[in-house]
Write a protein that binds this ligand. Structure first.
Ligand SMILES: Cc1cc2nc3c(=O)[nH]c(=O)nc-3n(C[C@H](O)[C@H](O)[C@H](O)COP(=O)(O)OP(=O)(O)OC[C@H]3O[C@@H](n4cnc5c(N)ncnc54)[C@H](O)[C@@H]3O)c2cc1C
Length: 388
């Protein structure tokens, strides 16, 4: 058992979630379809997110953040995702970078970076994945070699959220390529774009549009030694996986939002659309779908809340976060498909939001550890907690 983490009072939560809901209805929902189809970055939302304090949502108040609990943060992510999932990526992976510094950085690194992360003055994300290594992170090839008082970094990251519009990243490297096992030679750095560190091409995607996913290219990029997270080499892999519990709760919260959105649109449409003289909601085949969809939403929400509650209490929750992520992301995929079927031809139309849910949902099954890996994590934990 570790110390309890951020807590949010019921009063503060009501106020914050109310402000987010109002912002979503006023600014996010009305532009979602247009920006998604144009694949256009919503710059003005970033400014509004700064004003709402979203870039510091989970950063401690002592560093200028809102210090929200994981439970409140998950509800906030769900509210935004019910309207449009993609913009949550702008602050979500940024906050995973911030959590890496807050949990594992030196006090000097916390003082130096966290206040600027919290305001969104410095924005970015997490650089783990490479062209040859995603799930199998120990196979990454980006190296950080000692050079005088600092390090020279070479390599390429891919699929990095906020890669174009962000400037600062928590970057996983290998400082000792001979280490066996490899994770013992891996180190995390906080890096800002500059000579030798450039963004590569913007990656085109099925969904999760308008948000930049890009390659990051390091070619003899020099960083000072004080950029090494925690000041000690060889702990980068632990830093990377240390943020995954919270990351999985966040992805699960997005899944709940998407699943809810698909259900909401379907319940409305099923009452409006008539076939054979009655609303399709009165056909049993449609009711069966709605019943399954609503049950998935409720189960996914409860799993996310249970995992977030454990996280907030400072308890180990890799199994619970894995279950929440697995179930909620699959619920989003299944609900978006059911919504498309309920909408008939209109579900396939770009004039409705259902096709966006259908394109956005599968990402939740991939990010923060694929759902195949979640099942393995759950099974391993199950066995560890229940020795024969
Ligand atoms: C839109 C988008 C945004 C992203 N944002 C970021 C980001 O900000 N930062 C970042 O670092 N990465 C990011 N990623 C990368 C993402 O984390 C990886 O795609 C993911 O971890 C999977 O890695 P991979 O694509 O290399 O697949 P692989 O690891 O090659 O896996 C391929 C398949 O094999 C399965 N598999 C692999 N190993 C096993 C095993 N041991 N047992 C069973 N099955 C296995 C996987 O589940 C998958 O089905 C993003 C990806 C996308 C698509």
């Amino acid at each position: 058992m570790t110390a309890a983490r951020n807590q949010t009072s019921a009063e503060d939560e009501t106020q914050i979630l109310g402000a987010i809901q109002a912002w979503v209805e006023r600014e996010v929902r009305p532009i979602a379809r247009q920006y998604d189809h144009a694949d256009e970055y919503p710059h003005h939302l970033v400014t509004q997110m700064q004003e709402l304090g979203l870039f510091g949502a989970t950063i401690g108040a002592q560093y200028g953040g809102l210090g929200l609990s994981a439970s409140t943060y998950a509800r906030l992510v769900t509210i935004i995702s019910e309207a449009w999932m993609a913009p949550t990526g702008i602050f979500n992976s940024h906050l995973i970078m911030a959590a890496c510094v807050e949990r594992f950085g030196t006090e000097e690194q916390k003082q130096r970076f966290l206040p600027r992360f919290a305001t969104g003055e410095l924005r970015g994300g997490l650089g783990l994945t490479e062209p040859n290594a995603g799930t199998d992170l120990q196979r990454i090839r980006t190296t950080a070699r000692r050079d005088g008082g600092g390090y020279l970094i070479d390599g390429t990251k891919t699929w990095i959220t906020n890669g174009i519009h962000g400037t600062c990243f928590a970057l996983l490297t290998r400082t000792d390529t001979a280490a066996d096992p490899p994770h013992k030679g891996m180190s995390m750095f906080v890096v800002e774009k500059g000579p030798g560190f450039t963004e590569g091409k913007k990656l085109e995607k099925l969904g999760y549009k308008a948000i930049d996913s890009a390659e990051l290219v390091f070619d003899g990029f020099r960083v000072d030694a004080d950029r090494l997270v925690g000041g000690v080499e060889g702990r980068g892999f632990q830093h990377a996986v240390g943020g995954l519990e919270l990351g999985r709760i966040n992805v699960a919260a997005r899944g709940v939002g998407l699943a809810n959105a698909a259900l909401r649109d379907s319940v409305r449409y099923a009452q409006e659309r008539k076939t054979f003289g009655k609303p399709i909601a009165e056909h049993q085949a449609i009711q069966l779908k709605l019943g399954d969809m609503a049950t998935r939403c409720e189960a996914a929400r409860l799993l996310v809340e249970a995992a977030a509650k454990k996280y907030d209490a400072g308890e180990r929750c890799d199994m619970e976060a894995g279950m929440a992520k697995l179930f909620a992301s699959e619920a989003a995929v299944d609900n978006s498909m059911d919504a498309m079927r309920i909408h008939g031809g209109y579900g396939y139309s770009t004039e409705f939001d259902v096709e966006r849910y259908f394109r956005d949902a599968p990402l939740m099954c991939i990010g923060e550890g694929t759902n195949e890996i979640q099942r393995i994590i759950i099974a391993r934990q199950l066995i560890e907690r229940n020795p024969a």
